[in-house]
Design a protein around this ligand. Structure first.
Ligand SMILES: Cc1cc2nc3c(=O)[nH]c(=O)nc-3n(C[C@H](O)[C@H](O)[C@H](O)COP(=O)(O)OP(=O)(O)OC[C@H]3O[C@@H](n4cnc5c(N)ncnc54)[C@H](O)[C@@H]3O)c2cc1C
Length: 416
């Protein structure tokens, strides 16, 4: 079968690769010179390259070992990591026989076009991600700024805003976060207990959090709030303003992004969607979406299961969550873990919830929250019974033991 994938970001890469593994003849259309999209070129990879060094420096600081870095050095690591991953994607696709065409894809009058040439194909997976209309630089521009700064305003206390604020503070910048809602991480998915712990922690780090503050005018070095107050800094970052890249695909049914069903099919037969273009927001979901779309394009019938997706905000400690906070919940404090003592890490906790003998959700603000929540997401998605989790063995001393500590209390609570 001939499969055409439009967009060479995370979702497009996995769509093309899995389709090739399945023995299809695959063409990938990418409008830019480099593969990788937002995640590889501007988002996840460069930001985590900078995060890794800053995280390591912060760890050393708790042992009074002082190591310094600079924006320039961080930018260099970020770009190196991006280039390596982008090139790796290109080689992997080529090794698996995927034809890569650098052109702008579109859908016009029932035809798939690469630039203006019609492409003959059996199935199509659209993975064009997002575009940006930010009034000032965003988090994704940090690796490419040409001059350093001492103070920054971040507009938006969303996931990206909080992650960026932590990163900038670790670079020893003066940081102010402006949020129009009356709380940080305003998503209803975030539990108040975690939100408050993160709020207090960020304040302790010296990050200024200005809440219930609607920005009326955003300029490169100042923000005028609706109440008339003006906030000034060397640079203003906009942690908002990405929207699904629907341009060229307007003839397909869409609202905010492409409309797809639980099998990631659009209402037009043989056309599928995956990644940010269907309204998900993370590369985590784009990897999974690309996989599911390619299996379904091949003719299988696999649901895109949104249950307990693991989400991570890379601060130190990390913030992570999966599923819903409801039913019976318990907390394990990092201070009670032997690994925490060994690592001089005492901040934060895991909150874990069960309903009817199954885990339903968890939120963590702790060292290694990423791994802890990833494990819990697996337990929820695979519907492992609470009592069966007691048979799981995690290494000691590890932060993963927080899961077993919480499960033991939840299980005992049900029995008493
Ligand atoms: C600063 C930042 C940090 C982030 N960190 C994380 C993180 O740590 N973890 C995480 O899970 N997520 C993170 N994200 C989110 C993540 O980057 C996105 O969810 C992910 O990139 C979505 O992948 P995608 O393939 O759907 O879209 P994209 O990455 O946007 O890729 C779409 C691709 O399609 C191409 N394209 C668009 N239109 C056309 C067209 N008409 N024809 C041909 N090609 C086209 C684009 O050039 C691009 O290459 C971060 C985002 C940002 C901005």
């Amino acid at each position: 079968m001939k499969i055409t994938v439009i967009g060479g970001g995370t979702a497009g890469f996995y769509s093309a690769l899995i389709s090739a593994f399945l023995g299809n003849k695959v063409t990938l259309i990418e409008k830019e010179d480099k593969l990788g999209g937002v995640c590889v070129n501007y988002g996840c990879i460069p930001s985590k390259a900078m995060y890794h060094l800053l995280h390591s420096i912060t760890v050393l600081q708790s042992y009074r070992k002082i190591v310094n870095t600079s924006l320039e050095e961080l930018q260099q690591f970020a770009k190196e990591a991006s280039n390596k991953v982008s090139k790796g994607m290109e080689y992997t696709l080529e090794d698996n026989g995927v034809e890569i065409i650098h052109a702008k894809g579109s859908y016009r009058s029932g035809k798939i076009l690469a630039n203006n040439e019609s492409i003959n194909t059996d199935k199509v997976i659209i993975a064009t991600g997002t575009s940006s209309n930010k009034p000032t630089p965003g988090y994704e521009d940090l690796p490419f700024l040409t001059s350093d700064f001492n103070s920054a305003i971040v507009i938006g206390a969303t996931f990206g805003g909080i992650e960026l604020a932590w990163l900038l503070k670790s670079m020893k910048k003066e940081v102010t976060v402006v949020e129009k809602m009356d709380k940080i991480l305003p998503s209803p998915d975030i539990d108040d207990e975690i939100r408050n712990a993160v709020y207090n922690y960020l304040r302790r780090l010296g990050i200024k959090l200005v809440l219930s503050a609607q920005a009326q005018k955003i300029e490169k070095d100042k923000v005028v709030l609706v109440n008339g107050e003006t906030l000034k800094a060397d640079i203003v970052f906009s942690a908002f303003g990405r929207y699904p890249a629907i341009e060229g695909f307007e003839e397909l049914p869409h609202s905010k992004g492409l409309i797809v069903n639980e099998y990631l099919e659009t209402p037009i037969s043989n056309i599928f969607g995956a990644g940010d273009i269907i309204g998900t927001h993370t590369a985590t979901e784009a990897v999974y979406g690309g996989t599911i779309a390619s299996l379904n394009a091949f003719g299988l019938r696999k649901r895109f299961n949104t249950q307990a997706m693991p989400y991570v905000i890379y601060t130190k400690p990390e913030i992570a969550y999966a599923g819903r906070i409801e039913g019976n919940c318990v907390k394990t404090n990092v201070a009670s873990l032997s690994r925490g003592a060994a690592d001089k890490e005492f901040e934060g906790f895991l909150k874990l919830c069960e309903k009817d003998g199954y885990l339903v959700g968890a939120q963590a603000f702790m060292e290694d929250a990423e791994d802890v929540i990833a494990n819990i997401s697996v337990l929820i998605r695979l519907k492992v019974k609470l009592d069966d989790i007691l048979d799981i063995v995690y290494p000691h001393p590890s932060y993963l033991e927080s899961i077993l500590e919480a499960v033991r209390s939840l299980s005992l609570k049900r029995k008493t």
